[in-house]
Design a protein around this ligand. Structure first.
Ligand SMILES: [Zn+2]
Length: 389
């Protein structure tokens, strides 16, 4: 009988290195199929299958049958271990709290509307209280939380962790969001801009899985993009990378809350959109405009189409600079209809250089309103290093 022999030292270390790669990919993506694991790690399907069997025996992962693209597939997740992670999205008019285990399985979720110009101290108090309440609902304590990730609709200075720029989220300037919440919850907290974290979320769990060069367009009350380049999130030293809302589009335009004249925000921000409908429609909220447009109201459709075209033109310029393989469109406005997706596609189609190798894909956010909070969780587990082999 042929003996397979004892693996040599180098074979053992190769197997261990491959197992670590597989485990890291499972942690990064939450649930991932064996086929996707092979694509992500570059290992052969047979090697992935044998490593997954080994990790199952060791109790590091669990598998279950799922459906991908209409076919049965084996989904691999981390074994549910002690440890939860919290993802918060502090937006202009809403607060979302997600609680998940370390395999990114969401176990609780809550969304609260926030008042216009909500105050930092009150909102952070509410966020802390809601987090504790939700943990209680799932029978967990704050001591089980590995960390809290916060996505916020403003630039965050990566060094100091403070909300970086004046006027972009009124009343939140210079607030050290992560420090304040860490003091309230007594757990590690990391904070970053919501478009950045949505880009991270989509690249880990959404429609951009595995993409190393992408732009996430977050069109909401304001507009900004998150940029992943070469697999790394671009922030810039002041956290201002991707603030396309403050790109000059109209030299004779209005003064923007940031202090400059004629920023994209002055054309497509919610105030501009609502102002342009005031004479014809009276006072509306952004949600009214989105739902009226969905019902076919021509005026509301027109302003959203114009906003989509203006955003598309700036995103196409950014794409010429950054050469992404994929553009993901999200945020309340980006997700509500086709205006932003169409605006970006049309503008990209006119940039000849970008189409040399075929058109750049433009897709709608797969994670929808959860993209930012899920990205915040990924940011926490990246920092806290939840996986040990
Ligand atoms: Zn501006």
């Amino acid at each position: 009988m042929a003996s397979r022999g004892t693996p040599s030292g180098s074979q053992t270390s190769l197997r261990e290195a491959n197992a670590a790669r597989v485990l890291h990919a499972v942690q990064q993506h939450g649930g991932i199929t064996q086929v996707e694991l092979a694509e992500t790690t570059g290992l052969s399907p047979a090697t992935v299958s044998s490593i997954v069997k080994q990790l199952l025996v060791e109790g590091s992962v669990e598998t279950r049958t799922t459906i991908r693209s209409g076919r049965r597939a084996t989904l691999v997740t981390l074994t549910r271990r002690t440890g939860l992670v919290v993802g918060l999205h502090l937006a202009v008019r809403s607060l979302r709290v997600l609680i998940a285990d370390v395999g990114y399985e969401v176990v609780a979720e809550r969304v609260l509307p926030l008042p216009h110009d909500h105050r930092a101290d009150t909102t952070l108090d509410r966020a802390a209280l809601l987090t504790v309440d939700l943990l209680e609902e799932v029978g967990a304590g704050i001591d089980e939380v590995i960390g809290v990730g916060v996505a916020i609709s403003a630039p965050v200075d990566p060094g100091s962790g403070v909300v970086a720029s004046r006027g972009l989220m009124r009343g939140w300037e210079d607030v050290a969001v992560a420090d304040v919440l860490a003091a309230r919850l007594a757990r590690p907290v990391v904070a970053d801009n919501d478009a950045n974290l949505a880009a991270l979320g989509e690249s880990r769990f959404g429609g951009a899985r595995g993409a190393t060069d992408l732009i996430f367009v977050r069109a909401s009350f304001g507009v900004g993009v998150g940029i992943v380049s070469g697999g790394v999130l671009l922030r810039g030293p002041g956290g201002l990378a991707g603030e396309i809302g403050h790109v000059l589009v109209d030299p004779q335009g209005s003064i923007c809350p940031c202090g400059s004249r004629g920023c994209l925000h002055t054309v497509v921000g919610s105030d501009a959109v609502l102002d342009s409908l005031r004479v014809s429609h009276g006072p509306l909220t952004l949600r009214d405009v989105l739902s009226l447009a969905q019902q076919g109201d021509p005026g509301c459709r027109q302003v959203l189409e114009d906003a989509g075209a203006a955003i598309g033109a700036v995103v196409a310029n950014a794409a010429v600079v950054l050469n992404p393989s994929l553009i993901v469109v999200g945020g309340e406005v980006g997700s509500a209809g086709d205006s932003v997706v169409t605006g970006v596609r049309d503008a990209l189609a006119r940039r000849v250089l970008l189409n040399t190798d075929g058109p750049v894909s433009v897709i709608r956010s797969e994670l929808g309103p959860r993209a930012e909070a899920l990205g915040a969780m990924a940011h926490v587990l990246d920092r806290e290093g939840a996986v040990t082999v």
